[in-house]
Design a binder for this molecule. Structure first.
Ligand code: ZN
Length: 261
């Protein structure tokens, strides 16, 4: 399989003040029927490099009617099995990003949580973990996080880190106090994942402060900085919540931030 970015969308949802993700059908549903709701894609990524198959933010962790995780079906389309995944990177631990870290199976007649990617090493920030357990449900899936810590191979990051020399993991804050971004340096490409600081491409195009952020002003400043670097350093940027553009490179054209298609 070729090196590159492979989006793994769990679908389109609305979310309102109650923090519940409600499936949204683009064909039949109308956003006007859901006042004060945000329309978002839930879109984990597979990034394939010379040495790794990386899942970035495994999403809600929904299962299809056959009981298997939706993300397994999506990976299968690319010929990838759950056991092939070598790393799971977590930008932060909100339910829509980290719900899929584990899933339930029946073991000895009882439902048990097991890691969704049994051979992967999971990476998260220690201070994000602490914040998650201060805040708790429903934003953070505590039971699943505890199961991940107990059963998955993991490496808890303490601030700015390099994973295997080529993956930069840095706390930027903004969305949550210890939200981190990833910059994956390969021979040919730089892959950027800004998580919920840059969840949609359009947020690189216009300035605004989001109410749902821990520090909206900080997120807004970060987006400007990331956009400048993305243009200058030719990053491939991934957008977890984007309905139309899962990933792209970015350029400046006639004073406007545009995608390179
Ligand atoms: Zn979030």
């Amino acid at each position: 399989m070729e090196n590159g970015v492979y989006p793994l969308s769990e679908g389109t949802y609305t979310i309102a003040g109650d923090h519940i993700f409600v499936p949204f059908d683009m064909e039949t549903d109308n956003i006007r029927d859901r006042p004060a709701s945000l329309l978002v894609e839930i879109q984990p990524f597979l990034v394939v490099t010379d040495t790794d198959k990386i899942i970035i933010d495994p999403g809600l962790g929904l299962s299809l009617a056959d009981g298997r995780l939706h993300i397994y079906h999506l990976l299968e389309r690319y010929g990838v099995q759950p056991e092939d995944i070598t790393k799971v990177l977590l930008s932060h631990l909100h339910l829509d990003h980290a719900g899929g870290v584990v899933h339930q199976v029946i073991e000895n007649g009882r439902w048990t949580w097991v890691p969704s990617f049994p051979k992967a090493t999971y990476y998260w920030q220690e201070t994000e973990w602490e914040y998650a357990f201060q805040k708790g449900n429903p934003s953070y899936p505590l039971e699943r996080l505890e199961a991940m810590r107990a059963k998955a191979t993991h490496h808890v990051l303490k601030g700015e880190s390099r994973i295997d020399h080529y993956i930069e993991a840095s706390i930027c804050g903004g969305h949550t106090p210890s939200h981190q971004y990833f910059l994956i340096h390969t021979k040919k490409e730089k892959y950027f994942y800004g998580g919920d600081v840059v969840p949609q491409f359009s947020q690189m195009q216009r300035k605004f402060v989001a109410k749902y952020d821990f520090d909206g002003k900080r997120s807004a400043e970060l987006r400007i900085m990331f956009t400048e670097r993305a243009i200058l350093e030719n990053w491939t940027c991934m957008f977890f919540h984007d309905l139309r553009k899962p990933y792209c490179k970015v350029k400046m054209q006639e004073g406007m931030v545009m995608s390179v298609d």
